[in-house]
Ligand binder design. Sequence first.
Ligand code: SF4
Length: 467
Amino acid sequence: MKTPRKLHIKSYGCQMNVYDAQRMVDTLAREGFVETARAEDADLVILNTCHIREKASEKVYSELGRMRLAKEEAARDGREMRIAVAGCVAQAEGEEIIHRAPAVDIVVGPQSYHHLPQLLARAERDGKAIETEFPTEDKFTFLAEPKPAAIRARGVSAFVTVQEGCDKFCTFCVVPYTRGAEVSRPVEKIVDDVKRLADNGVRELTLIGQNVNAYHGEGPDGRSWALGKLLHRLADVPGIARLRYSTSHPRDVDDSLISAHRDLPAVMPFVHLPVQSGSDRILAAMNRKHTVREYHDAIERFRKARQDIAFSSDFIVGFPGESKQDFAATLALVTQIGYAAAYSFKYSPRPGTPAAEMQETVSAADMDERLVRLQELIDSQQSAFNRAAIGTTVDVLFERAARNPGQIVGRTAYLQPAHVMASPDIIGEILPVKIKSLERYSLLGELASPEFSRGTAPAASSVSIGA
Ligand code: SF4
């Protein structure tokens, strides 16, 4: 029997990249690759890169420096290691990667990773292989062939890509350039994937896309289905108990999505709805295509549909032209909405985007100060939201054993980690948990259905978080 080749993937950034990395593993598994946790042991190392965060490409080049040393070490041991760069940095930088890091063998954009086996063969034959075009065939269709289909369950919670790319062209964002125009998968293909995942024990799905609520896939009736209609269809798949989706754009919140939240208990009452700024002037400069008022209106529509709904968001501070008043408007918006969580970043230009041509007006010191103030406000809201769970009983989907012996960890509807002392038999179950205390961002509690408990749970305050 042929010895399996070893594959190591390091993935950066968003959920879409996590999903893509899993599909790369599935694609290469057909070629006899097995995953290894140690890059040094691998025959193929893939860095699945992200271009969103600050200095993304510099971080990739410094990681490639480490990988070059591992490749040289492997060569001294008589082994051949190949290095591939995938994802959005690969798309943005293309051939430049091989010029700057000659140890790289393969550069593959996010639309082409299903060609990895061919690219690997090409690199073995010709030394290097680069593919960063947007191919005309459907990557998702390609990945589903031949049987067994590519998507594999990895636990009780899974991501499924339903939409990719974006046509919004926010001025700070590289996605429309690195991921291309919006494409939605047909409903039946998604349903097939979801049924397969459910058959393999998946209980919770997160539908992902760069602009997921712009979803407009072809339905079985030949018409274009919106995300809300897709959620209705997926809620009918036996075994699927929880549905989430990410990332949404405020402008694409339509009636079908609101009705999915109102009518489907499986659709979780936690929505990530990035706003980026609380100032209309800055939203216009960012080309976000909505106003602060329209964002509030979208939030209100969700709240009317489901009173227990909570929100998270993304913020950029220090966008070119952001004045003190603009930043104050962002703080005011956060105060008015009240978030359960949010991500905030200092603005940094992405080459090739319109904002990169704008004059930067906010000093580094002011950006630091604004970020601290915003994060303090968000942290206080998140802590208050988490503290409010103490004393209540909430449903938790249990995912895995925690590091602390005897502890099992799961997630609430709001993605808060919740720890209990219990038998591992509860993994995959959704059970009510009485929340006793909070440690950092994790809830500690005990099962409200004691038949699943293992022994006596220690006092919550004495249990430390091990996951
Ligand atoms: S909507 Fe999101 S993905 Fe699309 S351009 Fe704007 S920030 Fe980027």
